[in-house]
Design a protein. Structure first.
Length: 261
């Protein structure tokens, strides 16, 4: 724990489940703040603003500031802005993505874009697919906010960005060139640069091995897996977590035990 200077928390399934706080989350977050460690809350959901998540956390009794929240849309906008080659952008996404891109100072266009950005989009239509298809065939950059094929919901899920990426890959013979949501190494780089820390000083806390723990392990950060369902880890799990707990409530005792040893 002495070496850990930042905790990177997944949100849904880790801090809350839908609209319900996970018991012990508030106390764990207060424990982290008392340790003076930095905090990031990271979600692959590109549909809501960072303010939305600050308000949601505050309503649940958890302190959070806008700089601590990272959404896949927001981090994509920041990434595209940093690199000049991305030029004018055609987004396949919802209003929030357009807002994030514009707030970052990027120009949006549906005429000969330099970059196509694919995201979750319930307003997807054939026209949008064709604009992206033509741009990709002309060599436009091909970037996505998040790789998820399905966004989980209580009634069976929603078709997500990954499925739209697959449609464009199939029709153009192009391959996606960059994705910013978990478990992207571009995201890990952006987080580490915002935190100004080395990977070994950060721990990712989350309930998904293939997003949260993979993000951690690919980049050299520690991964604390919340195994709420009591799943068994198989030997061939690609990205083994460093720690396993059953709830965010167990995080303080995990680290205090480790420190005492
Ligand atoms: Mg989760």
């Amino acid at each position: 724990m002495e070496n850990i200077k930042a905790f990177i928390f997944d949100l849904d399934g880790t801090v809350y489940l839908g609209d319900e706080i996970i018991p012990g989350a508030k106390e764990t977050l207060e424990w982290v703040r008392n340790k003076n460690a930095q905090i990031k809350f990271v979600t692959n959901n590109p549909r809501f603003s960072r303010e939305f998540y600050v308000n949601k956390l505050n309503k649940l009794g958890i302190q959070a500031s806008i700089d601590e929240v990272v959404t896949s849309a927001n981090i994509t906008a920041m990434y595209l802005k940093e690199k000049e080659i991305y030029g004018k952008i055609f987004p396949i996404g919802e209003e929030q993505l357009e807002t994030e891109l514009q707030e970052a100072g990027l120009d949006l266009t549906d005429q000969d874009p330099d970059t196509v950005v694919v995201s979750f989009d319930t307003s997807l239509d054939y026209k949008k697919l064709m604009i992206a298809y033509k741009a990709l065939n002309k060599g436009a950059n091909f970037i996505a906010t998040n790789p998820d094929t399905v966004c989980p919901t209580p009634d069976g899920g929603l078709v997500d960005a990954g499925a739209i990426i697959a449609a464009l890959e199939a029709s153009t013979n192009r391959k996606l060139e960059g994705v910013l949501g978990k478990p992207s190494s571009l995201l890990a780089e952006m987080l580490l640069s915002q935190l100004n820390l080395s990977p070994a000083e950060c721990v990712v806390v989350g309930d998904r091995l293939n997003t949260d723990i993979k993000l951690a392990k690919k980049s050299g950060m520690k991964g604390a897996w919340i195994n709420a369902e009591n799943e068994s880890l198989s030997k061939d799990t690609e990205h083994m977590p460093d720690y396993m707990i059953h709830s965010i409530a167990e995080l303080p005792s995990l680290f205090e035990k480790a420190d005492a040893q």
